[in-house]
Write a protein that binds this ligand. Structure first.
Ligand SMILES: Cc1ncc(COP(=O)(O)O)c(C=O)c1O
Length: 410
């Protein structure tokens, strides 16, 4: 009955691409496998180290922990979708705090970042529209494009000239045009050329949707993301984020003008037909947003480690510049700031190429007590396998040295 499934799984196995859920326990940057093997974790997206709250000495977090102990906050499930009765005063508090952080009229909280990305694009973009979507965009954006029924053109990674040319030729054929991009690309650590995208969107009367999943909590003076860091926050009217990475909780959000929020609340299926975000996640996210002003040191620490690791790689055969063909426009407005900011992004790929080489590299890390995830197709393109190193504020200088020592003999 399931023979065709088995055949496909066998084929994946033969290609070294079979994936399995593996039970692990994690605490800080320590990971423990089911057999008790301890590993130093370089695989989580807990960039600020907030996932293991409460943080001692952090007033805002302690307050939130107290709120959690109050009887109404002990409820785990939100029991219904946001429009029925799942949206509590705590969800509203979280949405208000996110809107204040982001400087927008409104914020809407979703059960996951994936639901926020996919649902927003599928809802806002329609059959008479054109979407231009970066080749390396996250799966949640890609699936949103597919569901929207808009015409979708995938542009070469960060190639603003391609977008400009395409719109010069075809803009008139569409009602609306949307440019959709990750702010920080999750498998490469690249930044989108946001100032140029803003410029092009103004020239061609297009709207920009940016996914700040890996920017929130890491970039910008107020840690609100890459748009803030590159000075284009006010020009990117629709920004999506996740509560699940630097903010150390779970869930997603969109920040946007009130009219867009109202439209989503009335039309977005991943919001309307899904149970609202659970309350422990809401409280953890409130605590994390409250604690952001106190997180500058954490941010500086993790970005400093990232810069140091990149400097090390630059002198090895794993040099990111040598390994990754980037199409960042030379000398375009903001290019220098993008390159400078990228140095500190705590996602750093070590390009290994083939599946076999990628798995061998991950095994070599593991034999030295380090967990660095092996990323292979279909997450990345054929031949673009890599170890994806993600750093956390909880990593120490000694932890980074262990990683460097492990990479040297690769
Ligand atoms: C770029 C990007 N967008 C969206 C998401 C989805 O966010 P979440 O994990 O909160 O569902 C992810 C998560 O992997 C991501 O990397």
């Amino acid at each position: 009955m399931w023979d065709d499934f088995q055949a496909r799984l066998d084929a994946l196995d033969q290609q070294s691409r079979l994936r399995k859920l593996t039970a692990r326990s994690a605490s800080g940057v320590s990971l423990s496998l089911a057999d008790g093997t301890p590993l130093l974790n370089f695989g989580s997206n807990d960039y600020l180290g907030l996932a293991h709250q409460p943080v001692p000495g952090n007033h805002a977090v302690e307050q939130s922990a107290k709120r959690l102990a109050d009887s109404d906050a002990c409820q785990a499930g939100s029991t219904a979708s946001a429009l029925v009765c799942g949206w509590t005063e705590h969800h509203q508090t979280l949405a208000d705090k996110i809107a204040a952080l982001e400087g927008t009229q409104s914020a809407v909280v979703f059960p996951t970042g994936f639901a926020a990305c996919m649902g927003t694009i599928a809802t806002l973009c329609g059959p008479n529209d054109l979407i231009l979507s970066d080749q390396l965009n996250h799966a949640s954006l890609i699936d949103g494009c597919r569901l929207s029924r808009a015409q979708c053109v995938v542009y070469p990674h960060r190639d603003v000239d391609f977008i400009d040319d395409h719109l010069t030729q075809h803009r008139q054929a569409y009602q609306r045009v949307w440019i959709v991009s990750d702010a920080v690309f999750s498998m490469d650590g690249h930044l989108a050329p946001l100032p140029q995208l803003v410029q092009i969107s103004k020239t061609h009367d297009a709207d920009l949707i940016v996914d700040e999943a890996h920017g929130t909590g890491v970039l910008g003076d107020h840690l609100s993301g890459a748009c803030e860091a590159l000075g284009v926050k006010d020009s990117v009217h629709i920004r999506i984020g996740t509560l699940s990475k630097a903010l150390g909780s779970q869930g997603g959000f969109i920040v946007c003008p009130q009219i867009v929020a109202d439209y989503l609340v009335n039309h977005c299926r991943t919001l309307i037909y899904s149970t609202a975000l659970n309350l422990p996640a809401v409280h953890a996210a409130i605590a994390a947003v409250d604690s952001l002003p106190d997180c500058q040191q954490r941010r500086q620490h993790v970005c400093g480690l990232a810069a140091q690791f990149r400097r090390f790689l630059a002198e090895t055969r794993w040099s990111p510049a040598a390994q990754l063909a980037t199409t960042l426009p030379e000398g375009g407005s903001g290019t220098e700031s993008i390159t400078a900011l990228e140095t500190g992004v705590p996602i750093i790929p070590i390009m290994t190429g083939s599946d076999v080489a990628t798995i061998a590299a991950a095994e070599s890390m593991r034999s030295l007590g380090l967990y660095v995830p092996a990323i292979r197709p279909p997450t990345v393109s054929e031949g673009q396998g890599r170890l994806r190193v993600s750093l956390s504020a909880l990593h120490s200088q000694a932890d980074l040295q262990r990683l460097i020592d492990a990479v040297k003999p690769l």
